[in-house]
Ligand binder design. Structure first.
Ligand code: 16G
Ligand code: ZN
Length: 533
């Protein structure tokens, strides 16, 4: 049975605030950091139980609120292969977090253990990390109390990025197997990425300096270390690295700021030179947005869709050059937010699938291809190489030197890319590799296709649950009749497209619109928002 006395004596130190309701959403639990104490304690218990359920495999816990404002915080669980928590457990997490008292929690835990048939005699192992938020240290203490309540073995990976934590989980669980992912330390991660990068870039001219906006978050210290490992293989300049300045995190900087406002962070205005490439990470370094200024100092954004276009064509070309185009099919996964021009460009070249928002949907769909490339427009994404593809790449006997080179590049790409989850630093190195191989500057990359002007607005409604969608969120099912009205409006705009979906992370409904002319995209978005309101 569960150690009730132990759980009780620790749980009373982490009482649930009476009025709050918590929900394990697309990004785990996420809300104001100072309200999360009881949630972290219970997540500690849940992580320990998840590990027991999976026969003592190591589970990850990441404490972060990503691109959200500094006072927010959050927590999410990572499954043994470095992937998001299996969705059937999200409901369990929500239930446990909302048990009002310690007694109610114990009852809920007993029921849960019975229902999910957890063998409590199994060991439990957990590795956790946090980002740089000021509320982090206390929340980690609450988490540790939860782990100790169940007697779990745990490892504190300290202050690091979300992708590093995902990497560690996968590395720990595959140690000593034929699927070994790398040494299970930050050093192992940095070595794996930088070694692969150097091999891929070898012989190519050193690219011009890249400016990285670290969002004043945890990406900064990891990027500093990565630069040491990269040595002079690529000139990098870091900015927005002020992790100790109160209020600086994600404030007018970072990937979400750039993508949403479609402009340069003010702090870069006097720093970025026309023609120079730059990119922004988000607060936990799992999203990446590139941009540059043209010679008229006009801002151009290269978002997740542009990264897909760049990377997918590069991989398709390599697979072909390796003589594996019959055996390895490359495909792309997008969401409804993908710019219409990107979907058109990609669909003319390879299979493209559209899925609902949220990494778990994209990741899952990408697993159906031999090589699956997925990026959300917001810059979160990666490339998945299936076991079939990896086996083909390692066993294929090249018949020409060109095939042999292409196979080497593919092998190194597999090591360069963090396949557990989107990873801004790994993705950044990937982009730099492709740009170097193609001798592209931002201008040539940008000209693969031209983005349709677009506009995203949020609408506060009485009940966002009244909005349900179908067709990968591209059409509304309810409220009844609304989709018909949207269709009617969209028809009046040249190149018009618009959709409405409830947010999974905020209590709002989001409206997206695009059209051939910017003012029309704006107008369409606001008129659709008017229908929703
Ligand atoms: C979360 C998702 C992200 C998605 C965003 C949409 C993960 C790890 N993160 O941040 O992929 O783009 O939610 O937010 O799945 P929304 O539902 O509020 O529009
Ligand atoms: Zn993030």
């Amino acid at each position: 049975a569960l150690p009730h006395d132990n759980i009780r004596s620790l749980s009373v130190k982490h009482e649930k605030p009476s009025k709050l309701k918590f929900q394990y959403g697309t990004a785990g639990f996420r809300t104001l950091g100072e309200t999360l104490d009881s949630v972290l304690f219970r997540v500690g218990i849940l992580a320990a139980l998840r590990s027991k359920k999976l026969d003592g495999k190591t589970i990850g816990v990441m404490v972060t609120a990503s691109h959200n404002p500094e006072p927010d915080n959050g927590v999410k669980l990572v499954d043994p292969r470095g992937e998001m928590l299996e969705s059937s457990w999200e409901g369990h997490a929500t239930l446990l977090a909302n048990a009002q008292t310690t007694d109610a929690l114990l009852v809920a835990l007993d029921e849960f253990v019975k229902l999910t048939k957890i063998d409590l005699s199994k060991p439990s192992r957990v590795v956790f990390a946090r980002d740089t938020r000021p509320s982090g240290p206390k929340l980690v203490e609450s988490l540790v109390d939860g782990l100790e309540a169940l007697g779990a073995e745990y490892r504190d990976a300290g202050v690091t990025t979300t992708p590093v934590l995902h990497y560690l989980v996968r590395a720990i669980n595959t140690k000593g197997t034929k699927e070994a992912y790398g040494e299970d330390t930050e050093h192992g991660y940095l070595t794996k990425l930088s070694d692969a990068f150097k091999k891929l870039i070898g012989g190519k001219a050193a690219p011009s300096p890249l400016l990285i906006d670290c969002a004043n978050g945890v990406g900064a210290p990891i990027a500093v270390k990565l630069c040491e490992y990269l040595g002079d293989s690529i000139p990098i300049k870091l900015t927005n690295t002020a992790i100790d300045t109160k209020g600086a995190l994600n404030n007018s900087c970072g990937a979400d700021f750039v993508k949403t406002s479609q402009k340069l962070p003010p702090s870069l205005v006097s720093v970025l030179q026309p023609g120079q490439r730059a990119c922004s990470l988000d607060g936990d370094a799992d999203r990446l947005i590139y941009y540059y200024l043209d010679d008229r100092s006009q801002f151009h954004m290269l978002d997740g869709d542009k990264i897909t276009a760049l990377v997918a064509s590069f991989i398709v070309d390599l697979v072909k050059a390796a003589g594996l185009d019959e055996q390895i099919k490359v495909g792309v996964v997008q969401t409804a937010y993908a710019n219409g021009s990107s979907t058109k460009y990609l669909s003319e070249r390879l299979p493209v699938k559209c899925v609902p928002t949220g990494v778990k949907h994209l990741h899952h769909a990408a697993e159906h291809y031999h090589v699956g490339v997925y990026f959300e427009a917001n810059g979160h994404g990666t490339v998945l190489f299936s076991q079939t593809a990896q086996d083909q790449i390692t066993t294929h006997k090249p018949s020409t030197p060109a095939q042999s080179t292409a196979l080497n590049h593919l092998t190194n790409l597999i090591n360069l890319i963090n396949q557990t989850v989107g990873d801004a630093l790994s993705d950044m190195l990937l982009v730099e590799v492709v740009l170097a191989h193609k001798s592209y500057s931002g201008v040539e990359w940008d000209s693969l296709y031209s983005d349709l002007p677009n506009r995203l607005v949020k609408v506060v409604v009485g009940d966002r649950n009244a909005f349900t969608t179908a067709d990968a969120e591209r059409r509304l099912v309810s409220p009844p009749g609304l989709q018909g009205k949207i269709d009617e409006l969209v028809r009046r705009y040249d190149g018009g497209r618009s959709f409405v979906r409830p947010s999974g992370t905020e209590d709002v409904v989001r409206v997206y619109a695009e059209a051939v002319i910017k003012s029309q995209a704006d107008e369409l978005a606001f008129r659709v928002a008017g229908l929703v309101f």
